[in-house]
Design a protein. Structure first.
Length: 293
C-alpha cells in the first residue's frame, strides 16, 4: 500500500502462477494512506497473508447477497495512525489487516488477519520483445472457445490445452494425457478458429505451439469479463511463460501462467527464416463499423 494506490501480488508456487495487480486510489470510493501523508521519506506499507483465508471471508456464501460495502484497514505494529480503531488494534506487536463488511440491516462483520513479513519472491523474467507474439481478444470471444472443453470440478479437473498459432487460423485441442482424470475414457476436443476472431493477431513465427492448463486461464477470462476489458496475450515459445495483461485507466493487472512443452512443438526458427504474421482488426473509425466482443 502506498500513497498512489494498492499493490497486490498473488503467487502460487505449486503451479508457478504469478499475478501482480495495481489499483490506483481513484479505484476506491475512499482511499487514505497514513492520513494523506505523501512525503518522499514515508515508506510503503507491506504485508503478506494467505489468499485462501482472505477469500474465505470476502467470498463467503452469506456475504454475496447482503454486502453493501467493504472496508479494508491496515494497522501497523506499534503504530497509531488510525485513532478510530479500538485500543486492542492500536497497541500491538503484530500488523493486521482489518476487513469490515457492512451488510444490510446495519449488520457489520469484522475480521482480523495477521500481516506477516513479506518474503522475497522472484518474479518471472520478461520475454524478449523482438521475438514476442502479441494477441488481443475480448473475453466473450475467448470464452466461446474455451467453453467447448471440459473443465470438471476437483483437484484433478484441470485439462491442458494445446494452442497452435498459424498464419490464418488457430488450432486448439485438449491434451490426451490430461483428459482422463478418473481412469475412464472421456471426450477429446479439437477445433480450429480464424485469426479474424482476434482484435490483434501478431505472431512472430508460425506455427507457434504453446500448452497450458485451463482452470487458471478461465479465471482470468472471468475477471476480464467482469471488468469489461480485453485480454492482451504475449508469448515467445513453448517453454516460456504466457503473459496476459488486463488493463484499464484505474487498474493494471498482469497474469503469468506457466506453460508446458508439447511433444510435437519445435523451437522457433532463427531470425533470418522467420515469418512475421501481423493481423489487426479494423477499428470502428476505419470503416464506420465495429462490435463489442
Amino acid at each position: 500500500m502506498s500513497s498512489t494506490g494498492l499493490h497486490l501480488l498473488m503467487r502460487d508456487t505449486r503451479v508457478a502462477e504469478h499475478c501482480p495487480v495495481f489499483t490506483g486510489g481513484e479505484f476506491f470510493s475512499r482511499y487514505k494512506f497514513r492520513d494523506g501523508a505523501a512525503q518522499d521519506d514515508v515508506q510503503d506499507v507491506k504485508g503478506q497473508f494467505l489468499a485462501k483465508t482472505f477469500l474465505s471471508i470476502i467470498k463467503h456464501r452469506t456475504i454475496e447477497k447482503t454486502l453493501e460495502r467493504c472496508e479494508f484497514i491496515i494497522v501497523e505494529a506499534t503504530d497509531l495512525y488510525d485513532q478510530n480503531e479500538p485500543d486492542e488494534d492500536q497497541d500491538t506487536l503484530e500488523s493486521r489487516l482489518i476487513i469490515r463488511l457492512h451488510c444490510k440491516h446495519g449488520i457489520v462483520k469484522t475480521h482480523r488477519l495477521q500481516l506477516l513479513v513479506p518474503t522475497s519472491l522472484l518474479s518471472p523474467g520478461t520475454s524478449d520483445p523482438s521475438t514476442e507474439s502479441h494477441l488481443t481478444i475480448g473475453p466473450r470471444a475467448i470464452k466461446d472457445i474455451t467453453e467447448h472443453f471440459p473443465n470438471a470440478r476437483g483437484a484433478k479437473g484441470n485439462p491442458q490445452l494445446v494452442w497452435t498459432f498459424g498464419d490464418t487460423d488457430v488450432e486448439v485441442k485438449s491434451l490426451e494425457s490430461s483428459i482422463d482424470t478418473r481412469g475412464k475414457a472421456q471426450l477429446s476436443t479439437e477445433l480450429t478458429i480464424s485469426a479474424d476472431e482476434f482484435d490483434v493477431y501478431d505472431v512472430y513465427a508460425t506455427p507457434t505451439i504453446i500448452s497450458f492448463h485451463l482452470r487458471e486461464f478461465n479465471a482470468i477470462i472471468a475477471f476480464a469479463e467482469s471488468m469489461g476489458l480485453c485480454l492482451d496475450l504475449r508469448f515467445t515459445d513453448s517453454v516460456a511463460p504466457l503473459f496476459i495483461d488486463v488493463e484499464s485507466e484505474e487498474s493494471e493487472c498482469l497474469f503469468v501462467i506457466s506453460t508446458s512443452q508439447y511433444g510435437g512443438s519445435a523451437a522457433p526458427p532463427s531470425s533470418n527464416s522467420t515469418q512475421h504474421n501481423t493481423h489487426k482488426r479494423p477499428s470502428p473509425s476505419d470503416d464506420g463499423k465495429g462490435s463489442s466482443r
